[in-house]
Ligand binder design. Structure first.
Ligand SMILES: [Zn+2]
Length: 445
């Protein structure tokens, strides 16, 4: 009872707790004490005198499951503005003839901030407590995350105007922008982790990729890149550099445990071994890959090779939402149908990818991804008292195959309640939606 010495900030009482820690515990009727942003204790049964803990707030979780907040390892959150703008197209057509032109014309600081707030609101309401982003004007995304209290890895985006002819001055501009961005946001760790995001091997020159990774290494921040997303990309990179995309990055010396490779759909055995040997992290985005028919990554093989894999939604132009529950359901089913094997990618594997797997991918596994004493209190409470979630035999199955983001009742991040009883407490949702609707009126479609 030594944790009674100072009042708790929050006491969660009742329901069932899925810790998703190594020991894989499911605790019935738990008591979870939260103070100063951290999980102070987890008691296995109701203590007789809850008032002894002197909590400032008690949250009753009867009929609910408490689990770690979900971790979205890849999105471009301001792209909520392009949700439904250009659907049902192949990736290169979609990107070169619709998305890149729209971004050149409409993306600015105000738009990015408003879009980020809307996407964050959507994530908070659907159980995501950490997200990793990559975009232009990324300081505005980091600012929106900071204001709303969501944990964020914010990746400043880089592209070259002409990958075959990159001037020294352009690289110098990239480097100055990277340094400025990092120095602004590094002090906000671990709520905001700044990162650097090279869009892809086909839109960034070798010089840019090498130089940006050098800066990321010097500051020990994540380096993000789309990799081996489509077969077209593989052809382009083979023709241009004589290697596959993975071996191209390997030859540039940028593959290590702080590199997050997004997609990785087109890999052979040697490339899987190369990513594993270099401890590269992988973000798997099944709904985006299905919608753009980009390909299906060898995720079971990557997991078997010991690669850390997390789940991501990708931006809303290719998904078209930020609901990680939908992403879990798709991840489980996509690989079953591909392999004609219903036993692979079971519910627990997928739920682990969306929590601890994601935390490992982003280098945040000592802070978040599971519910354990000493970790940050990033957790969500899902209401199981619903017709589509009744009865409950297996909580993991229920969460992956039957629940959706709308079943999340309460979200807590860093020990702060950010959404309670489906109401956002840190974002003025009506104001944000009005702003997005106003800006979207100017976007041609
Ligand atoms: Zn992406």
């Amino acid at each position: 009872m030594d944790h009674c010495s100072a009042p708790l900030d929050i006491l969660i009482q009742g329901g069932r707790l899925l810790t998703l820690s190594e020991d894989n515990r499911l605790i019935e009727d738990p008591l979870i004490g939260i103070r100063d942003g951290e999980i102070l204790f987890i008691e296995e049964a109701h203590a007789p005198l809850v008032s002894l803990y002197a909590p400032k707030e008690i949250i009753h979780a009867d009929g609910c499951v408490i689990l770690p907040g979900l971790i979205n390892t890849h999105t471009h959150v301001p792209m909520v503005f392009f949700r439904g703008l250009a659907d049902d197209l192949p990736l290169m057509d979609w990107l070169n003839n619709h998305i890149f032109p729209a971004e050149r014309e409409y993306v600015n600081r105000e738009m990015v901030h408003a879009g980020a707030l809307l996407g964050i609101a959507e994530m908070l309401l659907s159980g995501t407590t950490t997200f990793c982003d990559g975009y232009f004007f990324e300081s505005s995304v980091a600012q929106a995350a900071y204001e709303s209290g969501i944990r964020c890895v914010a990746g400043m985006g880089f592209l070259d105007a002409d990958v075959d002819h990159v001037a020294e001055a352009e690289i110098e501009r990239h480097l100055q922008a990277a340094e400025k961005f990092l120095s602004k946001w590094l002090p906000e760790r671990p709520m905001i982790t700044p990162a650097l995001f090279c869009h892809s091997p086909y839109t960034c020159s070798p010089q840019t990729i090498r130089a940006i990774k050098e800066v990321a290494r010097r500051h020990a921040v994540p380096f993000l890149i789309h990799l081996a997303e489509t077969s077209d990309e593989k052809k382009i990179i083979m023709n241009r550099y004589g290697h596959t995309p993975v071996h191209h990055l390997g030859a540039l010396g940028v593959l290590d445990d702080m590199t997050v490779a997004v997609h990785c759909n087109w890999l052979d055995e040697g490339e899987i071994a190369c990513l594993a040997a270099n401890h590269v992290k992988v973000s798997h985005n099944p709904q985006s890959n299905m919608k753009l028919a980009a390909g299906v990554g060898p995720i079971p093989e990557m997991l078997a090779a010991g690669i850390d894999v997390g789940l991501g939604t990708d931006g809303c132009a290719s998904n078209n939402d930020h609901d990680m529950f939908g992403e879990m359901d798709s991840a489980a089913k996509l690989h079953k149908v591909m392999k004609k094997d219903p036993s692979i990618m079971d519910a627990r594997t997928v739920l682990t990818m969306a929590t601890m797997g994601g935390a490992r991918v982003l280098g945040l596994d000592r802070l978040t991804g599971s519910i354990e004493v000493g970790k940050k209190a990033d957790l969500i409470i899902v209401d199981l008292k619903k017709p589509h979630l009744t009865p409950v035999y297996n909580v993991c199955s229920q969460l992956v195959y039957a629940a959706s983001g709308a079943d999340v009742q309460t979200s807590i991040i860093n020990g702060k309640v950010v959404m309670k009883d489906r109401r956002l407490l840190t974002v003025d949702l009506e104001e944000v939606m009005d702003t997005v609707i106003r800006i979207a009126q100017d976007i041609k479609h």
